[in-house]
Design a protein around this ligand. Structure first.
Ligand code: ZN
Ligand code: ZN
Length: 145
């Protein structure tokens, strides 16, 4: 039986290693690293401008690199760089009341984030939480050894 759970940010202990768009294209950057790991990349649009944004792949960390000038309070729209599909989902940020974006994980879970720059609302929704957490922690442990 599959269960779905939301857990709060765990201070950067969990890393998104295989994030994708709703159609299955990988969002992992081949060249941009943040904290030494492949960043989650997306096409970003704001006020008619378009660029690329690279998000720290560690859940609960909020650093990013963006080739557009964006500032706290800006609301960005994120799209898959491969197919252009919007990453927006129906979940509303409980602070900003705007639609969040989602990065899909391999087993049907997803990480949702608020597209307002500076808002630190993140939630991780995972199907089969125990299995996925176990795998992510194992992977994390290996990296540190
Ligand atoms: Zn895509
Ligand atoms: Zn928000």
């Amino acid at each position: 039986m599959k269960t779905s759970s939301s857990i709060p940010a765990l201070s950067g202990r969990i890393r998104v290693s295989q994030g994708s768009c709703p159609r299955g294209h990988s969002l992992m950057s081949a060249s941009t690293l943040l904290d030494g790991e492949r960043a989650v990349s997306a096409t970003v649009r704001i006020a008619g401008r378009e660029g690329m944004i690279y998000l720290n792949p560690f859940y609960g960390k909020f650093e990013y690199e963006c080739d557009l000038a964006i500032k706290p309070g800006d609301i960005v729209d994120l799209f898959c760089p491969s197919c252009g599909v919007s990453l927006a989902v129906d979940t509303l940020c409980r602070f900003c009341n705007i639609r969040m974006f989602a990065i899909h994980l391999p087993d049907g879970g997803q990480v949702e984030g608020c597209p307002k720059v500076g808002c630190h609302n993140h939630s991780l929704t995972i199907v089969d939480l125990d299995t996925q957490l176990e795998r992510m922690y194992v992977e994390e442990t290996k990296i540190q050894m």
